[in-house]
Design a protein around this ligand. Sequence first.
Ligand SMILES: Nc1ncnc2c1ncn2[C@@H]1O[C@H](COP(=O)(O)OP(=O)(O)OP(=O)(O)O)[C@@H](O)[C@H]1O
Ligand SMILES: [Mg+2]
Length: 471
Amino acid sequence: MTKEFPPLLIVDDERNMRLSLETVMADEGYEIVAAESAEEGLKLLKKQEVFVVVTDARLGGMSGYDFLREIKKSWPDLPVLMITAYATPKLAVDAIKSGAIDYLAKPFAPEELLHAVARCAERHQLLLENAALKEKSSESFGLDRIVGESEKVEELRELIRTVAPTDATVLILGESGTGKELIAGAIHALSKRREQNYVRINCAAIPEQLLESELFGHEKGAFTGAIRNKVGRVEEADGGTIFLDEIGDMSRPLQAKLLRFLEDGTFTRVGGNQEMKVDVRLIAATNRDIVSAIKSNAFREDLFHRLNVVQFMPPALRDRGDDVMILAKFFLDRFNRAMGKQIEGFDSETTRVLEAHHWPGNIRELRNAIERCVILESQSQIQISSLPDFRLEARLRKSDHSQISGDKSLEDEVADFERDCILNALAEHQYSLDQTAEGLRVSRHSLRYRMHRLNIKFEHGGDDDIVVPEE
Ligand SMILES: Nc1ncnc2c1ncn2[C@@H]1O[C@H](COP(=O)(O)OP(=O)(O)OP(=O)(O)O)[C@@H](O)[C@H]1O
Ligand SMILES: [Mg+2]
């Protein structure tokens, strides 16, 4: 048992019984506190947390049943095991009715008691883990996770505080890595729906044909492979919030269905004919230029207006002034802790480079750069030699294309140029699709599409994100 795990309370007026219960439990590693009456037990409970109470039904003074009822009044979730003298159905029913989690009839084998106590211990452990998880998720989604002191970030926090408690639909537009997911999470965490589900779907990561059934579910037999009914994510999010990330990558037919869903919360499962309804708050985000997507007919204007009730535009890191160094220190602390290092800060040259960099990948790029620094750095301050080579990136942006031969069509020249850019970027990012997409500031979906169109053939590496081009 770990330190934080509370003890078990034994209440029995017979000293011998108390001692033998204590021995059995202590042998299993449980910490014990004991009382000889219900009155004494109640006093103890006020002073200290226990994970289960084991009590005899018959006690001098207040009876075990009254004790149980008193416990349920003040600590409704505390499990109580009742020990009764005889196994009569009536006593068992009495015990369970008064709120006991289980009862044991004398005489019982020690294993029976151990088994019942172990179940309560397990339950308590789960509750502890759940509480820790809840705390962690509200912490990692709360406003305090949005680091930065620039005026723009202050405004952003203020807007989150104002909009979160309403049910307004939210559209978050911003470059890659500017914290769109963080904002969406904070809005949910500060909303009335925070105890309900927060469901996130990345529209670019799910193949187009599957996205509709992922969102709205499907009926058995709706298409090949639909072997049973599937509940859609919007149903999962009922009462809570759904976050549609990379919504700019959603196909037009699905955009129409989403529009209808947004109008009144109704939808039908793929292959179903029954109209269903849920109560869901929607947050959407994209790093695509939504205006040009509307102009080129890739995105429905009516859907845009329906989504655009409240708009968030997290600023690019390069426009956040001093936040670059504030964030750099924040990530330095975090990675110091994670890696057990004690690097104190950045030397002046490194600070200058960090402040001057353009940060096309925004905060994600900064975080990755600092992580790398903390791994590589052997001195007490981060040196410029530990930074990634930002010059490579600058060179890539203006790579030399003066050698255009003139005997190819413009279209082919442009395609060649695009192919070079993508291959260079892939190499620079160790063939990670995510990082390359981020570096090129396109969505992962769009990168894959372009690679396909440009006939860049590749094999999958060790994981889904890594691709190795075939020469
Ligand atoms: N203000 C901030 N303070 C601390 N960390 C931040 C902040 N903004 C972003 N981050 C961190 O930067 C990383 C990228 O953020 P996030 O995933 O929210 O970006 P995004 O806008 O959704 O990017 P993309 O468009 O590529 O999906 C995450 O690790 C996030 O925790
Ligand atoms: Mg994102």
